[in-house]
Ligand binder design. Structure first.
Ligand code: KG4
Ligand code: ZN
Length: 342
């Protein structure tokens, strides 16, 4: 069964063709990130304008690369939310038009749930077993969920303020590092000569010891702002200190994510732990999870499948095959991770 997935929730315009929810026949991603790098963050109108420029060529190329004719597709799947409304509308309205034109079923997809399905892609032998804990850490979300089965998702906790990716992005901006902040903080941290210097910045790890599955990252951003101010006053805002601060930010964020997630796997005695979202491309986070999760099987997508693309949209549609008549499908920018779309 071949499904064409379409993803336009933020600044990536993506289309992919996936067979039986696991085999990637093609995956195309066009991004407007370069335009946003100039401003250090996403400008929604620019993202939406670029979406409409890229959407048709990206879909065309995904079909050509997979050597597939539209009539061979079983269905189309599209992200309906959450995300930036202008961006979402481009994908949703294009998918509706194509479903009408090609007379194909259309499956509306929750982007946050779909991220978790990157863990089913390209896996031949080992696929996740339920019940599972899912951690979705992206630019706009930090959510811990219990997955009892496909389509049975219970929210356990999430961030009370900034998302983990947002914290990486905002801290990078404070340090004068590039956008998106996750990869640039990771690179600066790598440049820090570990082992030579002791921790010298006092960064909080809020809610670490609280008996819940919630997170809070805005305090960390404020602490970084204070450290940056102090360094600038002392004229010590140099590469050495920037790299060390980047390293300590990465340690603080990844520690909290790993410890709280481990607690959830212990409490619910699950078979699998599924990581998902752009932040799970972080190699330090991957390393920490690998060494600390022993009680359930750990699944981490390939780094290229962690960030936004359309392969996991198509995979999610395969495992949750619920077409909806196209006139009823609408973009919903504030969709929550638990919500099923019918
Ligand atoms: O899932 P995603 O591609 O888009 C959203 O749905 O938001 O996640 C984007 C987020 C950004 O905040 C970016 O800084 C972060 O993922 N990110 C990383 C890394 N690569 C991307 N964070 C930490 N380390 C990385 N290597
Ligand atoms: Zn995403």
């Amino acid at each position: 069964m071949m499904i064409l997935g379409i993803e336009t929730s933020c600044d990536e315009t993506a289309a992919a063709i996936v067979q039986d929810g696991q085999k990637i026949l093609s995956s195309l991603v066009a991004s407007s990130v370069k335009l946003h790098q100039k401003t250090g963050g996403i400008i929604p109108e620019i993202a939406a304008r670029e979406q409409s420029r890229f959407i048709v060529p990206v879909i065309q190329k995904s079909l050509a690369k997979a050597k597939i004719k539209p009539k061979q597709l079983k269905a189309l799947a599209v992200t309906t939310g959450p995300g930036l409304i202008g961006s979402l509308l481009v994908g949703v309205e294009t998918a509706k038009s194509l479903a009408y034109l090609w007379q194909k079923p259309l499956i509306p997809i929750n982007h946050l749930q779909a991220h978790l399905y990157a863990n089913w892609l390209e896996k031949k032998k080992k696929t996740p077993k339920f019940p599972a804990i899912g951690l979705v850490v992206s630019g706009g979300h930090t959510d811990l969920v219990l997955m009892k089965n496909h389509g049975e998702i219970k929210w356990l906790g999430g961030t009370r303020d900034d998302a983990a990716g947002e914290c990486f992005d905002k801290c990078a901006r404070l340090l004068g590092l590039g956008y998106p902040g996750g990869p640039s903080i990771a690179l600066a941290a790598k440049n820090f000569q570990k082992g030579k210097t002791k921790n010298k910045f006092k960064l909080p790890q809020p809610m670490l010891h609280e008996d819940n599955f919630d997170f809070s990252f805005s305090g960390l951003k404020t602490a970084v702002l204070n450290e940056v101010k102090k360094l600038k006053e002392k004229k010590q805002f140099n590469n050495l200190n920037i790299n060390q601060l980047a390293n300590e930010i990465q340690e603080a964020i990844t520690d909290v994510l790993v410890r709280k997630t481990r607690k959830a796997t212990e409490k619910y005695e699950v078979n699998s732990l599924l990581l998902a979202g752009g932040v799970t491309a972080n190699s330090r986070l991957r390393e920490k999870f690998k060494s600390s999760i022993l009680n359930s099987q750990l699944f981490i997508p390939n780094p290229s499948l962690c960030t936004d693309n359309a392969t996991f949209i198509a995979a999610c549609a395969f495992f949750n095959y619920q077409p909806v008549p196209w006139p009823k499908i609408q973009a919903n920018s504030s969709l929550e991770i638990e919500e099923m779309i019918k």
